[in-house]
Design a protein. Structure first.
Length: 345
């Protein structure tokens, strides 16, 4: 009997094609506050929701059905209700709300991604006009001012909690969060380590935006601010720990090396540098979240996501010792690279 070899499935390619459909379903439902409506009235039918939204029933039924297929809604008798995942992460005002990141990606990233071929041809960002500004973080960009920091906070909070369990900071008393706009890392690390105080070093307008979050979280007595630009202004010196969270992927290699040198100089002898990132595998064939983020850097910045081996090399060249990579799983990072400044430096 002749064996018949199973054909290679085309479904992975089809799922890639459907990616935009999936994301736009989530974005549209979130923007129309569909999940808040179901939180207020669990069990609504599509006709009920259509009445609330003031839309016709046909398109609302199609949207609701797709949200259910994606696990965002579930059946409740004749109607639907939010799933536990949706209630936890997509309701505005919740402690674990990640909808800010949904808004950043939809309003800022997607337009640039739709011009990915242009970014590939020109080696320039397409999410903002690099002829009119120095970087993505120009304070005249209304999308950045209105949504970027909220979005970064949304994915940074759970990542900071995971990093707090991965790296022992119990002996540290001072932490400098370089580019720590949004305040999530400073707040969560101080929450996890009661003896720790943090300073956020970021652009002046970002510090102003972040101060409100710090005050609302009740950490104004332990989280302070040092406004400045980390490429032109010196970092506050004598730090036990310096954190670079999702910072280095925004910049080219020379700029990364320069920032690492500034961090080295600002650390106290024996102090540690923490680099929290979505790290690309040393073999440069994954993981998917890190490689997609790296490609996103093509449309947003002049940087890319780097490998653990690259960071290790740069840290050792700078003078750091005891360099190690500790993996973990979180929305904004899959690991932390740690380097120590020698005691005799």
């Amino acid at each position: 009997m002749t064996s018949v070899e199973e054909p290679v499935s085309v479904m992975p390619i089809m799922n890639m094609v459907y990616g935009l459909w999936v994301s736009q379903t989530l974005v549209t439902a979130h923007e129309r506050q569909v999940f808040e409506r179901f939180a207020e009235r669990p069990g609504m039918t599509p006709a009920d929701l259509a009445g609330v939204l003031g839309f016709e029933e046909r398109p609302v039924e199609q949207l609701v059905t797709c949200c259910a297929a994606l696990g965002l809604l579930e059946r409740d008798g004749a109607g639907y209700r939010n799933t536990p995942m949706t209630d936890r992460y997509l309701l505005r005002g919740g402690d674990d709300y990640v909808g800010g990141w949904v808004e950043v990606v939809s309003r800022h990233d997607y337009p640039g991604w739709l011009r990915l071929d242009e970014a590939l041809r020109t080696n320039r960002p397409t999410a903002w006009d690099s002829e009119k500004g120095d970087s993505l973080f120009d304070d005249t960009n209304p999308v950045v001012v209105e949504t970027f920091w909220e979005g970064m906070s949304a994915i940074s909070r759970p990542t900071a909690r995971q990093m707090a369990r991965t790296v022992d900071l119990s002996a540290a008393r001072s932490l400098l969060d370089v580019g720590g706009g949004g305040g999530a890392y400073a707040i969560e690390l101080c929450r996890a380590y009661p003896e720790l105080s943090a300073t956020i070093f970021d652009l002046p307008f970002v510090c102003d935006l972040t101060q409100k979050k710090v005050e609302q979280a009740g950490f104004a007595d332990r989280v302070s601010f040092a406004p400045g630009s980390f490429f032109t202004d010196p970092l506050p010196a004598g730090q036990d720990v310096i954190l670079l969270s999702m910072i280095l992927h925004d910049w080219d290699i020379d700029q990364c090396r320069a920032l690492l040198r500034s961090c080295y100089d600002a650390l106290a002898p024996g102090g540690r540098l923490l680099i929290s990132e979505l790290l690309v595998d040393d073999t440069k064939d994954g993981p998917l979240d890190a490689t997609l983020m790296s490609l996103s850097m093509l449309v947003e910045t002049f940087g890319r996501n780097y490998t653990g081996a690259e960071y290790r090399s740069w840290l050792e060249d700078t003078g750091f010792t005891e360099v190690e990579v500790r993996p973990f799983a979180a929305p904004a990072a899959n690991g932390v690279v740690i380097g120590r400044k020698p005691l005799d430096s």
